[in-house]
Design a protein around this ligand. Structure first.
Ligand SMILES: [Mg+2]
Length: 210
């Protein structure tokens, strides 16, 4: 029995799609135009721009304050998961794999997404960086994930969209790696496999261990 670790944002879920849905909702409620939605998406940097900085810029440009605390609670309500993803997770578990989500982020927001989508119930353990005090690409967060899922890291996999956090972290932890999508620059390190969507990653893992 071994472990498969998954990144959450833009790997198991379309985080950018959920951000767009939240932005449309917030902007409509604030009585602003579509240019405010476009501004938020253009400056979001896939979620990597610090929220206080993003929202300060928004307030300066549009004169409307956004609370980071409220955002952390609201944004998860706009997330969803594709049925094929839950199906793939179930197939991996049925094949004997233990599953962990390994995600960098705040406890409120990441827990909200995991519960709202049902992914929390579809895996064995969820490791949120703010909860455990270590972050990808540090090896320690993968060790925490393995301990939480009750298995060793040996023979495991890491699946994620970000080369510097997910692929580099997986390699540092001695895991085989699968990169999902092309949302970030193709900087090293290179993953063992590169697929367009996480659904294809399920197939890679199931095929290699059949
Ligand atoms: Mg990601």
């Amino acid at each position: 029995m071994a472990l498969v670790c998954f990144d959450l944002d833009n790997t198991l879920i379309d985080r950018d799609g959920a951000f767009l849905a939240w932005a449309r909702w917030f902007v409509a409620r604030a009585g602003l135009g579509s240019d405010a939605v476009e501004w938020l998406v253009a400056h979001d940097n896939g979620g990597f721009r610090p929220r206080p900085e993003l929202f300060a810029g928004f307030a300066e440009r549009f004169g409307v304050a956004i609370s980071v605390e409220e955002y952390d609670r609201e944004h998860p309500l706009f997330t969803w998961v594709e049925p094929a993803v839950l199906d793939g997770l179930a197939r991996l578990r049925a094949a004997g794999w233990r599953l962990a989500v390994v995600t960098n982020g705040t406890v409120v927001q990441q827990t909200g997404k995991l519960q709202h989508t049902g992914i929390a119930q579809a895996v064995d353990y969820c490791c949120i960086s703010a909860a455990v005090g270590v972050r990808k690409p540090q090896r320690e967060i993968f060790e925490r994930a393995a301990a939480g899922a009750g298995v060793e890291l040996d023979g495991g996999w890491m699946v994620g969209d970000h080369p510097a956090y997910d692929v580099a972290g997986g390699i540092a932890a001695g895991l085989r790696t699968i990169r999902v999508g092309n949302q970030h620059a193709a900087d090293p390190p290179v993953a063992d496999h590169h697929v367009d969507s996480v659904v294809e990653a399920f197939a890679v893992i199931l095929a290699e261990n059949a």
